[in-house]
Design a protein. Structure first.
Length: 324
């Protein structure tokens, strides 16, 4: 045994381990997603996502306030509309739950960052993320609609919009629309690298947005591709994205690391519904230590290079970080 070099010397006490720790997790890294539904005084648990709730706008304000009080700086707002049609027109209806919730959250908590999910699948009768032409999701005619959604969210008070549709050219279309209407300071967090993933399963229950036919493979990325992810990031930056996102997170940490090594832009990792529900299900069985596993998962995203972590665990994790 060569006793000159002994890595265990730096592991012998909690104090030393803390001193040499390379990565840290903070509540200020988190974005907390909210699912807003019509009505008032609604707070009902989503069966596929224990601990996550459908919230009416008034209850969304309370949830946002609780998150903010724990040091979580931002919420990401998803919506379940009152009506759906082929175009997804409730997505830009100023009376829809999302727009109402945004305005109410900003009124109650002016300093919280409100981020809007920009997509059509929750609002279209067919459940796809864009306009249909036969069974094809038509890219170019969808862009104008996405830009309308982003503008309506900016008008409702959103600080940032996050397009999750994966149409080509949407960042530029949204940037131009926002600029033309005086929202030059509303930023764009692009779901630049979004894979066609089985990990979105529980979310589709939560947001009632499963496609009525086919799947999303003609617009979301093939999980097999790494180089293509770099091209997607390059394109979105060139079109004006302020923050880039990788989604899902855990099965794609290699992509997170590669983007961190190649682009000097803020990056978010989305710890998606399937990643969340797997942990919650195993914890409910008593098979894992939920707190340790959640903090380990989130830390791995930071270590891989993410600055921002979008996670349904945000409130629990923020509480656990306070205990430590
Ligand atoms: C809709 C959207 C999805 C998610 C975020 N926005 C689902 C999908 O693309 O099918 C997934 C989020 C999650 O699973 O937590 N475009
Ligand atoms: Zn969508």
């Amino acid at each position: 045994m060569n006793s000159l070099i002994r890595p265990r010397r730096l592991r012998i006490s909690a104090g030393i381990r803390q001193l040499v720790r390379e990565t840290s997790l903070e509540a200020s890294n988190f974005v907390y997603p909210l699912f807003v539904v019509p009505g008032s005084n609604v707070r009902s648990e989503i069966p596929s996502m224990p601990g996550v709730f459908h919230l009416s706008p008034d209850m969304a304000v309370k949830e946002a306030a609780a998150a903010y009080a724990l040091g979580i700086p931002a919420v990401l707002v998803f919506g379940l509309p009152e009506y759906k049609d082929a175009e997804g027109s409730s997505a830009w209806d100023m009376n829809s739950p999302v727009q109402k919730a945004m305005t109410m959250i900003k009124a109650a908590l002016p300093d919280i960052i409100v981020i809007g999910d920009v997509c059509l699948c929750e609002y279209t009768s067919h459940g796809h993320c864009g306009l249909l032409n036969g069974h094809d999701v038509d890219n170019d005619s969808t862009l104008e609609l996405l830009a309308k959604v982003a503008l309506s969210q900016a008008q409702a008070g959103a600080d940032m919009v996050a397009p999750s549709d994966m149409m080509d050219g949407r960042i530029l279309a949204i940037r131009n629309k926002l600029n033309e209407n005086g929202y030059k300071n509303v930023s764009i967090m692009s779901y630049a690298v979004k894979y066609a993933s089985a990990y979105y399963g529980p979310f589709r229950d939560a947001a009632e947005c499963a496609p009525q036919f086919g799947d999303r493979s003609s617009y979301q990325m093939d999980p097999a591709n790494r180089r293509e992810a770099m091209r997607e990031v390059e394109l979105d930056i060139a079109e004006g994205a302020d923050i880039i996102m990788v989604k899902p997170a855990l099965a794609y940490l290699d992509i997170v690391r590669e983007i961190r090594d190649n682009f000097d832009y803020p990056m978010a990792a989305y710890n998606v519904s399937g990643e969340y529900s797997m942990v919650k299900a195993a914890a409910a069985q008593g098979w894992i230590d939920e707190k340790r596993m959640v903090l380990e998962n989130l830390l791995s995203m930071k270590r891989a290079g993410a600055d921002i972590i979008i996670t349904y665990h945000a409130m629990d994790a923020a509480r656990w970080l306070q205990e430590k």
